[in-house]
Design a protein around this ligand. Sequence first.
Ligand SMILES: *Cc1c(COP(=O)(O)O)cnc(C)c1O
Length: 207
Amino acid sequence: MHKALKAAGRPQDSAILTAVSKTQAWSAIEPVLEAGQRRFGENRVQEAVERWDGKRDLYPGLELRLIGPLQSNKAADAVAFFDVIETVDRDKIARAIADEIQKQARSPQLLIQVNIGEEEQKAGIAPREADTFIKTARETYGLTVAGLMCIPPVEGPRGPCFALLKKIAGRNGITQLSMGMSDDYETALAFGSTEIRVGSAIFGARS
Ligand SMILES: *Cc1c(COP(=O)(O)O)cnc(C)c1O
């Protein structure tokens, strides 16, 4: 990560690392915590609660990010538990999160997920609908949109996907870009990523 930032002529503190701990055994996570990592990404609300509940006292500064698709019936739990929700991607979820933020007087940071490759099987708002959705999230639901997140298609070049996310962010006055995983984080950082989400390159293959 540091090499890639340097190569891109970017300051070392211009991007953050989220260690993606989904499906990992605690025995794999503990050494990463001991090494000082405090920011973790999880795919499922329930799994995250089971894994991390009670750990905040043991590891001050722990920051938990939801990076998997969110169902509206889990919005209450997600708002209660996560520091950051990266997968706001439709009207129903935006509304459910806004309601819970009011009810719980908690305000996790919110990112909008963009289905950058317009893939059937992936979550996220379509790129051409992103501007409207960002506006709705802000104006209709009063949400603060901190950033955008994407997962590019497995096949094909990643650069254009990252460039497109950055362009959508730029024209909406958004600065945080969650993009880049184990196999493409260097490219993502070259294209302006401010957060990479890395699982297998840290923990090894998932079970
Ligand atoms: C699993 C996952 C990652 C991490 O993937 P790796 O290839 O293991 O680095 C990053 N982002 C999201 C949204 C994921 O679901």
